[in-house]
Design a protein around this ligand. Structure first.
Ligand SMILES: Nc1ncnc2c1ncn2[C@@H]1O[C@H](COP(=O)(O)OP(=O)(O)OP(=O)(O)O)[C@@H](O)[C@H]1O
Length: 248
């Protein structure tokens, strides 16, 4: 049987009486890269925050990294690398100082070794003295990914990690994600880019807080009777809009 790093059912969250995440099931096998797609405001960030233990769900059951994701949320949080949409590091500190600061926050016993390993892994060693604020968008994202990896998480939840990054840097970032998956790290990543969706092993597509499609890119395109992935999503969201969009 396939080992599931994420196995959660019925994930639900409402704000002001409106369900922004509505009974979402999420299964991600260990070492796989699953793309999380959907229009703006469809509930991706809210779902990711619940899965990593930062936000308490209204409903939902299941396990993340073998832990009860609701009752053991604090333990889940410690073992997940979560990369938020916005660059959250200190612009007036160098690359190395940023990583060292985070290692201190985690009270890592082998801080220096962990920082060195993260610098090497992400190809940041030669730039370690550069100020974070002076880096291009692509290098900033790489630093943010290095920061997520410091505590050696087995699961990465990445929220639009390459938004606004140029195509070459995005490609390099994705090569890195595939290397990490090759090491057995599981990745759930939200994106609006179709070329990135094509690089995921599987996709989950949501709109209005509900899952509209899941599977490989090829199976989603075939099931929607579409030309390509973008066309499939346009069709799916069009149908969803007819069915429950007005109520959402
Ligand atoms: N703390 C909050 N209070 C009230 N409403 C919220 C809160 N957080 C999110 N929402 C609403 O929930 C819905 C889903 O938001 P969410 O950020 O999860 O979407 P998303 O799919 O990540 O969007 P995007 O692709 O734009 O990042 C939106 O309508 C948003 O306005």
């Amino acid at each position: 049987m396939t080992e599931l790093t994420i196995d959660v059912r019925g994930l639900t969250k409402a704000y002001g009486g409106r369900r922004v995440v509505d009974a979402v099931d999420m299964q991600v096998a260990t070492g796989r890269i699953v793309g999380f797609l959907g229009p703006n405001g469809s509930g991706k960030t809210t779902s990711l925050r619940m899965l990593c233990g930062l936000l308490t769900p209204d409903a939902g059951e299941g396990r993340v990294l073998g832990l009860d994701f609701r009752r053991e949320a604090a333990a889940v949080k410690r073992q997940v690398g979560y990369m938020t949409q916005k660059f959250g590091l200190y612009e007036d500190l160098s690359i190395r100082e940023n990583l060292d600061f985070i290692a201190r926050l985690f009270s890592m016993p082998d801080r220096r070794a962990a920082v060195d390993a993260a610098l090497q892994r992400l190809g940041l060693a030669t730039r370690q003295q550069q100020l974070a604020g002076a880096l291009s968008g692509g290098w900033k994202q790489r630093l943010a990914l290095a920061a997520c990896l410091l505590h050696r998480p087995r699961l990465l939840l990445l929220d639009e990690p390459t938004a606004g990054v140029d195509p070459k840097a995005r490609r390099e970032f994705w090569d890195q994600i595939h290397r990490l998956a090759g090491e057995g790290i599981t990745v759930l990543v939200s994106t609006h880019y179709m070329d990135e969706a094509e690089r995921c092993h599987e996709l989950v597509y949501i709109a209005y807080g509900r899952v509209l499609a899941r599977g490989t890119a090829a199976s989603i395109v075939a099931e929607a009777g579409a030309r390509d992935l973008e066309d499939a999503f346009v069709r799916l969201v069009g149908r969803a809009n007819d069915n429950f969009g007005q109520a959402g």
